[in-house]
Ligand binder design. Structure first.
Ligand code: PMP
Length: 362
C-alpha cells in the first residue's frame, strides 16, 4: 500500500447468500517488526473466519459431509465434545442451517467460549476437569447414544482433514504460488489442519518443510509411543506422555485418529516443542508490535516460527498458522497482566490535566 495516497477499497464485487459462504480464504499477512530482516515471515490469520477461528472450516466440513451422506437428517440435534473453538464453529453452522447443537466441554476451558456457544443458541454440558478430554468425549458419546443425536467426531472423521485439504491447503498454495515457501509451521489439536494442509503441500510444494509443534509438557508425538484406540478410532485411555498444559485447543490427552495420518505419512519434517509461557509472550508481542490479535496457540506457533526464522538462511520464507483471536482468552492467563483499572502511568496522565478526573472511589 502506497502511504502517500488515501486508502480506498473496492468491495468484493458480490453479495453472500449465507454467513457460511464467508468461511475460509483467510489472509496471509507479513510480519514487519518482529521478524528478523533476513527472512520473510507470514502469518495466516484464521480469526478472519466468521466464527473467529480455524475451526469454522471443520464445522462446515463435518456438517455438509454428514448432510451429503445422510448421517445428519433435517432438524436432527448435533453434539460434540469440544475445547471451545469447534463448539463455536458448530454452534454458528448449526444456527445458520437450523440444527440444534449441544456441546460437552471440560470446566477448564475459558468462560468466554461457553458463553459464546450459548449466545449462538447452543446448550453446553460441562464435564469435570479431572476427566480431561477423554471424559468429555465419553459424555458426548453417551448423550448421542441415549438421544439419537449426530455426533460430529472431530477427532475421528475423515471430513476434518478433507476440508483443510480443500480449503486451507489450496489457499496457501494459491497465495504463495509465485513465491518461495520454505517452512509452514503449525500445532495440532485434532490434527485436521496438519493432515489436510500437508496432503496439499506434499503434492504441490514438496520442498516446503512442515514444522509441527506440541507443548513441552505434552510431547505425545516426540515420545514415539503409539496410541491405543477402539474399533471406532477413539482412544481407550490417556497417552502416558500427556500432562496438562495451557495451550487451549492443542494436544489433547491422546493422539487423535485424524492426526495418525500425519504420523503414518511422514507429513512433518520436524517436531518442535514449545512452552506455553513463551507462546503467551509471543501473542502479546504480536498484539503490541504488529497489531495482530491471536490466542495462546497462535502465540505458541509463532514462537516456533520466530525460532526457525532466527536460524534460517537469508531469503527464507516462513508461513505460520494463527488459529484464533486473542479476545477468546480475556479470562485466561494470557490476559492476567492486563489491568481493568488504571495503572500508575495512566493515573499520572489522568492527573496531569485538571478536568474529568476520577474520584478515589470510582
Ligand atoms: N488452536 C486452537 C485455539 C484450536 O482450537 C485448535 C483446534 N482444536 C487448534 C489450534 C488445532 O487445530 P486442529 O484441530 O486442526 O489440529
Amino acid at each position: 500500500m502506497d502511504s502517500k495516497s488515501v486508502r480506498s477499497t473496492r468491495g468484493r464485487g458480490k453479495v453472500y447468500s449465507s454467513i457460511l459462504d464467508t468461511i475460509g480464504d483467510t489472509p496471509s499477512v507479513r510480519i514487519n517488526t518482529l521478524a528478523p530482516e533476513h527472512v520473510e515471515l507470514y502469518v495466516k490469520v484464521e480469526s478472519f473466519n466468521p466464527g473467529g477461528s480455524v475451526k469454522d472450516r471443520l464445522a462446515i466440513g463435518i456438517i455438509e459431509d454428514a448432510e451429503r451422506s445422510g448421517a445428519l437428517l433435517p432438524g436432527q440435534t448435533v453434539i460434540e465434545a469440544t475445547s471451545g473453538n469447534t463448539g463455536v464453529g458448530l454452534a454458528m453452522v448449526c444456527a445458520a442451517k437450523g440444527y440444534p447443537f449441544v456441546a460437552t466441554m471440560p470446566t477448564s476451558v475459558s468462560i468466554e467460549r461457553r458463553k459464546l456457544m450459548r449466545f449462538y443458541g447452543a446448550n453446553v454440558i460441562l464435564t469435570p476437569k479431572a476427566e480431561k478430554a477423554t471424559g468429555c468425549y465419553h459424555k458426548a458419546v453417551e448423550l448421542a447414544d441415549a438421544n439419537g443425536w449426530f455426533l460430529a467426531q472431530q477427532f475421528e472423521t475423515p471430513a476434518n482433514a478433507t476440508i483443510h485439504e480443500h480449503t486451507t491447503a489450496r489457499e496457501i498454495i494459491a497465495d504463495f504460488s509465485a513465491k518461495r515457501l520454505d517452512y509452514w509451521v503449525t500445532g495440532y489439536g485434532t490434527g485436521g489442519t496438519v493432515a489436510g494442509v500437508a496432503r496439499g503441500l506434499r503434492a504441490a510444494r514438496p520442498d516446503t518443510k512442515i514444522l509441527l509443534s506440541e507443548p513441552h509438557s505434552a510431547q505425545l508425538l516426540a515420545s514415539g509411543e503409539p496410541q491405543v484406540r477402539n474399533d471406532a478410532g477413539a482412544p481407550v485411555s490417556s497417552h502416558s506422555a500427556f500432562t496438562p498444559h495451557m495451550i487451549q485447543g492443542w494436544t489433547p490427552d491422546f493422539i487423535p485418529q485424524v492426526l495418525q495420518e500425519a504420523i503414518d505419512e511422514h507429513f512433518y519434517d520436524q517436531l518442535v516443542p514449545v512452552d506455553a509461557e513463551d507462546g503467551m509472550q509471543m501473542a502479546r508481542e504480536l498484539a503490541r508490535k504488529e497489531g495482530i490479535l491471536t490466542g495462546i496457540s497462535g502465540g505458541s506457533t509463532f514462537a516456533v516460527a520466530m525460532q526457525t526464522a532466527a536460524d534460517a538462511a537469508p531469503g527464507t520464507v516462513i508461513l505460520c498458522m494463527l488459529p484464533d483471536t486473542g479476545e477468546r482468552y480475556l479470562s485466561s492467563p494470557l490476559f492476567a497482566d492486563v489491568e481493568a483499572q488504571m495503572n500508575a502511568t495512566e493515573l499520572k496522565l489522568s492527573r496531569s490535566t485538571p478536568g474529568f478526573q476520577l474520584s478515589a472511589e470510582e
